[in-house]
Design a protein around this ligand. Structure first.
Ligand code: NAP
Length: 414
């Protein structure tokens, strides 16, 4: 068996990893230029391939047959070679169906806005219409566009099928959700970052949110069934999704200066097999100055700006354990950076045990005042609060148990 992903300039893809989790180690990336597409399809030695941008439509003329859904959508994302014939399928349809089901959102007879009119949007629209939704496509140059969103105040569910907000353009959002008072949930096909600015805004309002990772894994599961000609249980989607989430997500430690974020972070990173980054050290390296020197020469406001840039850069990355500076929660603009790609852990330690060495603000301000100001901020931003008054390994175990529980809950949603 020889399988893989066909695209034009593939740099990084999670597909080989997902297919290896599904039991197929023969999966590789095929970056093919448009003028070589026909020869690749006709003469290539693959037994099954997935197809991505820009070839989902372009491959169709070279195929011998299409599944009903691929024909209806006019797009192919999986090709199987059997007895010398190439048959095109579309497993994104199954992928989005699975994502919608996982979200728990019911769309029958409700208005659902789909942002974007590209390939993924067609698939999403098709699934939603079959579920009985009243679908409206928002397209930059369409009749329904970003200038007349007020026409859709009754929108119940919104699906982002544009690349707006996708890495590396984290923080960008296609629209402001305030226009939609009746909104119940937001689905975003993007999975990097794990929470786009759009999803963060929806989360802030307490709405149901779901990113595109479930869809990615589900479409791969159905493609693998075609490749390997065997049934794969749906529970595999949950298992692989949890494994990927665990690998991809960052763990960010917040808490008072001197509460042990770096010490705990290093051990936690070792246990999780992840890279540890200390945000203050990162700032010092970039500024070529120590933190006390930055405070002395440029003041706290300048340090906070450097810290925001550092958080933006670090939180875009995946699979890190990040020890943040104690005051990072005081700037509201840092909140999305802290929450976009991972779990935030508030490390609590009694005031008399906090270290003040090399910490300009801890020495200058009374720690009680500082805690009074920051505690509600730490609590409102964190996903979990860990007590760090005992020994370090017990703190790390509390955090590991929390992470394990989060991912096992995810499996049980399956
Ligand atoms: P596409 O064919 O390029 O279509 C994207 C659409 O988004 C465009 O047709 C355009 O629609 C709109 N758009 C593009 N740039 C925009 C901008 N700057 N501002 C506002 N709208 C913009 O891409 P696609 O294949 O449909 O993929 C769309 C997104 O879904 C991507 O982020 C992709 O990674 C994701 N996706 C995820 C999965 C998954 O498994 N999770 C699967 C497929 C796709 P208008 O011109 O009508 O505005």
């Amino acid at each position: 068996m020889r399988c893989g992903l066909l695209g034009q300039s593939l740099k990084h893809s999670y597909s080989p990893l997902i297919h290896s989790f599904l039991g197929n180690d023969s999966y590789s990336l095929f970056s093919i230029s448009p003028d070589a597409l026909e020869a690749f399809l006709k003469e290539g030695s693959f037994t099954g391939i997935n197809v991505t941008i820009p070839y989902k439509k372009a491959v169709i003329p070279y195929l011998d047959g299409l599944s009903d859904i691929a024909r209806e959508l006019g797009a192919v994302n999986t090709i199987i070679r059997r007895d010398g014939k190439l048959i095109g399928h579309n497993t994104d349809y199954y992928g989005f169906q699975a994502m919608l089901r996982r979200s728990g959102l019911l769309v029958k007879d409700k208005k659902v806005l789909v942002l974007g009119s590209g390939g993924a949007s067609s698939t999403v629209q098709n699934v939603l219409r079959r579920e009985g939704a009243k679908v409206v496509v928002i397209s930059r140059n369409g009749e329904n566009n970003y200038r007349n969103l007020y026409l859709h105040k009754d929108c119940a569910v919104l699906v982002n099928a544009t690349p707006v907000g996708m890495y590396p353009n984290n923080g960008e959002s296609p629209l402001d959700l305030q226009v939609f008072p009746q909104l119940e949930g937001v689905l975003d096909l993007i999975y990097n970052p794990s929470k786009t600015a759009l999803l963060l805004q929806a989360e802030q309002r307490g709405l149901i949110i779901e990113n595109g990772l479930w869809m990615l894994v589900a479409q791969a599961k159905q493609a693998a069934e075609f490749f390997m000609e065997r049934h794969i249980p749906d529970s595999e989607i949950g298992r692989i999704h949890a494994r990927l989430q665990l690998m991809m997500e960052n763990t960010l430690l917040i808490g008072m200066p001197g509460c042990g974020k770096s010490t705990v972070g290093k051990l936690l990173a070792q246990k999780l097999g992840k890279e540890f980054v200390d945000c203050d050290s990162y700032i010092q390296q970039k500024a070529h100055m120590s933190i006390p020197e930055i405070f002395a020469t440029q003041g706290e406001a300048a340090f906070r700006k450097l810290e925001t840039v550092a958080l933006l850069e670090l939180s875009k990355r995946s699979g890190l354990v990040i020890a943040t500076g104690g005051g990072c929660v005081t700037r509201p603009e840092n909140k999305p950076y802290l929450r976009q790609n991972g779990k935030v852990i508030y490390l609590k330690r009694d005031l008399h045990s906090l270290s003040t060495e090399g910490r300009p603000l801890s020495q200058a301000n009374r720690l009680e005042d500082m805690l009074r100001e920051r505690k509600p901020l730490y609590e409102s931003i964190c996903d979990y609060c860990a007590d760090n008054n005992g020994d370090i390994s017990s703190t790390v175990n509390q955090i590991l148990n929390f992470i394990a529980k989060e991912h096992s809950d995810e499996n049980s949603c399956d």
